[in-house]
Every structure is written in C-alpha cells, then in structure tokens.
Design a protein around this ligand. Structure first.
Ligand code: AQP
Length: 337
C-alpha cells in the first residue's frame, strides 16, 4: 500500500472565550506542523450550533477564531483556513457516517455525558452525533494527523473505528486512512485556574477560570494572581506534583509557554512560593499571549479580509473534498455521480 500524504486537519469551535487551553492544546501546534505537513485548519461552526449560539455572535466568533489561527502564525496562503459550513460535503459525509457509527459507540462518549449533564433528554440530537461530524471533518480530506488536546482523544479513537467500519462495510480496504491524534507538548490538558481538577473551558461561568486570547495584560496578571494554589512550597521534582493539581497546572503552563521541559521548570522553582511562580508566569504569559491578542484585534477590525480568507480557504478545501466525497457516493451506491 502506498503511504498517504501526511495531511493535517484540526478544528476549533467558534463558541467565544477562546482560551489558553485552546492555544496550548491545539492552535500553537497547528503552527509547527505547517513545516512538515499539508494543513487544513477549520473553524467548526457546525459543531458550535450543537449548543444554541446567537447568530450574530456565531459570525463574530467565527471570524475571531480565524483571526486567532492567523495571529498565532498559521499561513492561510500556504495552507488552508476555512469555516466548516462553507464546505457542504462535511454535512453530507457526516450523514453517511451517522449510518455507519453504532449507538453503542456514541453512548460511551464522555464529552456528551459531561456536556449534556443530568438532563440528557433536553440535549440536541446534534450534540449526541457530534463525534460523527468530527469523524467526517477528518475523513473528508483523508487526513492522517489530527493535532488536538487530550480531551479529544476519545473522539479520535471513534473516528478510527468509523473509518475502519466504513472500509469493511463497503469492501474498500484502506479507503479511509486511520487518523492519528497528535497530542503534543506539556499542556495537553490545561486546567481551570480556579479548580485544578476541571479542564479550562470556554463555557465555565467564571471568567477567572481561564486566560482568554484577547485578555489585556492587566487581566492576565490578575487572573494568574488569583489562581487557586495549595499551602505548600513548590516541589523539588516532577514526582512531587502528584496530588497537587494546581501546582502541576501552573508549572505545566509555564513549561509550555517557555518551551522548556517540565523537569527543568520544576527544578527552577524548587522550594519557592507560589507567589514567585505567579509573578514570573504572569510576565511570561503577557509576553507570549499579548502580541497574539493584539494581532487578533487588528485582524478583527477588518472583517472583509477575514471573510475573503475563509472563502478562499473553503474553495480550496472543496477542491480536495469533492473528489473524495464522489468516491464515497459511488461506494455507498448513490446514483447521480
Ligand atoms: N483545557 C484545554 N487544554 C488543552 N487543550 C484544550 N482544548 C480545549 N480545551 C483544552 C483543545 O482545543 C481545541 C479546540 O477545542 P474546541 O473549541 O473544539 O472545543 P472544546 O474542547 O469543547 O473546548 P472548550 O474550550 O473546553 O469548550 P467548552 O467549554 O464548550 O467545553 C481542541 O483540540 C481541544 O482538545
């Protein structure tokens, strides 16, 4: 079998409050992969509406995520930046995959359980089949690598199962490749600044729980100063972080932002107080996130340019997607190709 071209696809939902976890877990890694892979980066607006979004805010947030990709260093000319809803084949393939994936598989998805909460009957059907749409996003381009945060690992495993079952059901060995998750760096699961046992998330009601990409220097410093800690001095070794989620989180963020191994960062702060770490971390975060936030603001002031980038990206994405979707239609037995 010939090796597929290494092709990267990943997405971020335009649901507002884009945060440091989204940056360190995903967007920052998007940038590095451009050197070695053909990359498609998608603002997944169709995923966003699995939970109701105000239409005007959805449009603004879609531009904001695109601006974040570009401000962080994604090159929309050499690679492809687009929003999912402009490439109709995502929805088309998702329907086919809805008919391939099994209920039992989706019932195991922990993100649905967390997001639907206690009142599952009231969750949208879209939220339940979200992982099938995510599988479609990836398989539509026969993408081989998917940079994501740790929380998306289970969905990636499901995408692999769906690809395998499609290939088996339609007697098309190796038609869809098995996409590999790329979970890179020391901050694959950035935790809430208010509670080290909870993921940093866009939907946390507390704004102090997250550093957003558009936070001003004062806000970044304030949120880090107020971050939850424990009463002890910082540990001497990485093993000493066991059972100390807040210390692990702040040191992990420091390691990721400074591009240093965690062990080296832990050694540097060994025996010091949280207040020392917080001062240095605030300076570092302002230095790294501040310029990206400023560039996002500049880009957001020119929505027509962002819209043109997304339209161009969508056209180039469709050019890859349509022939693959054409093959899917034939394999499934749909007439009219
Ligand atoms: N806390 C995190 N640490 C590391 N990576 C993270 N990602 C999200 N949160 C963290 C990664 O960011 C990418 C985009 O995520 P998304 O927008 O598609 O959705 P999400 O995972 O649902 O993001 P949030 O911020 O946590 O939103 P809500 O509050 O709606 O649940 C993905 O690669 C994800 O792994």
């Amino acid at each position: 079998m010939t090796q597929p071209t290494p092709r990267v696809l990943s997405g971020v939902q335009p649901t507002g409050n884009l945060h440091l976890g989204n940056y360190l877990g995903a967007i920052r890694n998007f940038v590095g992969l451009q050197q070695t892979h053909e990359c498609l980066y998608c603002v997944v607006d169709m995923h966003a509406i699995t939970v109701f979004q105000d239409p005007a805010e959805l449009a603004a947030n879609t531009r904001e995520v695109a601006a974040a990709f570009i401000a962080a260093g994604v090159d929309p000319k050499s690679h492809i930046v687009f929003n999912q809803a402009q490439v109709l084949q995502h929805a088309e393939l998702a329907w086919v995959l809805n008919c391939v994936a099994r209920m039992g598989w989706l019932n195991r998805m922990t993100q649905f359980k967390e997001k639907a909460g206690k009142d599952r009957e009231k969750a949208s059907v879209g939220l339940y089949v979200y992982p099938n749409l995510m599988a479609a996003d990836i398989l539509l381009y026969k993408a081989t690598h998917v940079p994501v945060g740790e929380d998306q690992k289970q969905h990636l495993e499901l995408a692999r199962d769906i690809a395998q079952k499609f290939n088996n059901d339609f007697n098309a060995a190796d038609f869809f490749p098995q996409p590999e998750p790329l979970i890179l760096g020391d901050a694959t699961r950035v935790m809430s600044l208010r509670d080290g046992s909870k993921k940093m998330s866009k939907s946390d009601p507390s704004d102090l729980s997250r550093i957003t990409m558009s936070d001003q220097a004062d806000d970044i410093a304030k949120k880090i100063r107020k971050a939850k800690t424990d009463p002890d001095a910082l540990p001497e070794t990485v093993a000493g972080l066991e059972g100390r989620p807040e210390a692990a989180n702040l040191l992990g963020i420091f390691a990721a932002l400074s591009d240093k191994p965690l062990a080296e960062v832990v050694t540097g702060f060994a025996g010091k107080q949280f207040s020392d770490l917080k001062t240095d971390l605030a300076d570092l975060a302002i230095e790294k996130i501040g310029p990206i936030g400023a560039e996002m603001k500049r880009l957001n002031e020119d929505p027509a340019t962002i819209d043109a980038i997304l339209a161009d990206g969508a056209e180039r994405a469709r050019a890859i997607a349509e022939p693959i979707m054409g093959e899917v239609r034939k394999l499934v037995g749909f007439l009219g190709n």
